[in-house]
Design a binder for this molecule. Structure first.
Ligand SMILES: [Zn+2]
Length: 74
């Protein structure tokens, strides 16, 4: 699978619901234009509790804010 934002790159994390991937650069938010994030965070996702992209987002918020109070999406 390829990255959603970078079709020339291999996906490092995959959204199970939309069957969409993000490359390592997106996961680590290295490019200024694209970060790995949930495609449809407003709606219920049965994969969310085990979603690696969700986890990446959460860890990014924690490292940006320096606190672990980021509420997981439901
Ligand atoms: Zn990418």
């Amino acid at each position: 699978m390829q990255c959603r934002n970078h079709p020339d790159r291999e996906a490092a994390a995959v959204c199970e619901r939309f069957n969409t991937g993000f490359c390592r650069e997106c996961c680590e938010c290295l490019s200024d234009d694209h970060c790995a994030e949930c495609i449809d965070p407003q709606n219920y996702c049965k994969f969310r509790t085990q979603c690696i992209i969700q986890e990446i987002e959460r860890e990014r918020r924690v490292s940006e804010n320096g606190v672990a109070n980021a509420e997981p999406l439901r």
